[in-house]
Design a protein around this ligand. Sequence first.
Ligand code: S3P
Ligand code: PEP
Length: 435
Amino acid sequence: MSSDPAHPTSTATLAAGDWLAPLARQPLDAVVTVPGSKSLTNRYLVLAALAKEPSRLVRPLRSRDSTLMCEALQALGTKIQTTDDDTEWIVEPAPLHGPAAIDCGLAGTVMRFLPPVAALADGTVEFDGDEAARRRPMGPVLEALRSLGIDVAGDSLPFQLTGDGRVGGGTVRIDASGSSQFVSALLLAGARYDDGITVIHEGKPVPSLPHIAMTVEVLRDAGVLVDDSEANRWRVEPSEINALDLDVEPDLSNAAAFLAAAAVAGGSVTVPGWPHATTQAGDHIREILQQFGADVQLGREGLTVRGTGGLQAVDLDLHDASELTPVVAAIAAFADAPSYLRGVAHIRGHETDRLAALSTELNRLGGDVSELEDGLVIRPKPLHGSTFQTYGDHRMVMAAAVLGLRVPGLVVHDAGTVAKTMPDFQTRWTQLVEA
Ligand SMILES: O=C(O)C1=C[C@@H](OP(=O)(O)O)[C@@H](O)[C@H](O)C1
Ligand SMILES: C=C(OP(=O)(O)O)C(=O)O
């Protein structure tokens, strides 16, 4: 690996917003704490807003996605108070009402989870988001709400819906092959519909199934009856939603980049507080790193990954844990032979077309990556520094950071976009590399 002299290797010449990813000059030896899970925080917020009494969330995630969720629920009438140190949030439910305008940013959880909640509001609720969010698929959720009698104008952002304070509920048939969030969205609000909700999926397999298991689990934690005994069919009984009082697990998908660092740079990284049982899809990083040849131990201190920098090629189906694809692609770029990542066609509809973005940016560094219809083939080659575009996608920043451990002069464009789920990622990453 050599540095491209045309690209900066010191911060002096960087453009605003660009970040020179730190190079690992020695094996790592770090303990990295990771903030709360985005997926859990935003589910808990939704259920707390629909619950019968105030809820308390301890150590939730503070990031762009969760702040947008808070602001949206507040616009609909919910009260949210936070302690001075922001480690506890008290969510006080109130009757939901329009008119309200909701900014979804680029958050899938906000744009998908809130329309079925807004359907319970009395009045009109307008939704919009980032330019890139307007390209993310929304149709199945909005079509399902229409079939339940809600007045919905639009099929993707921006759209608006008008309700009268109640939803009859019943059975909806949707194609959720584009995102598990379509199913989660309808289930989360469904207990508050008069007849509850039954969601039947018809189409190619639903991706990211652990995220639906997470939705089912948080509903059950709130006392809601859910039947998920049959594949592709979920039934939520109508009921009150109990208040929540809980600690939010660390975000295991965000943790993945830090653990990957030990495999790529060598040395050891521990993430404390790793749950021994979880529905988070990010937990898959344990077996993925083992397949790359790293030593992975889950113990009392947390999850520890030890690596030598030597990496075996992998052939992985990431359909269940698709949000790990960018970081896994970055690791694969240093493996001893070509790797295949499959089963993730739907991530073309994530924050950006991640298959196109990853192949373009890895190839810009001198890599040899081609797109499959549902994945990537990554043929390792010596990489050189360049400016890595991130397309407003937090996980492209994380992937770039992993690459930068071994590629001098890798400049991450618009690195601040990582604030979608981890505003202090760069600080934590720099501490990791310099520890
Ligand atoms: O429900 C959730 O919290 C999520 C579901 C998944 O979405 P897809 O099913 O669209 O992959 C995942 O990729 C995303 O990061 C978070
Ligand atoms: C796909 C992701 O996010 P979203 O919740 O916006 O879909 C992600 O975090 O990788």
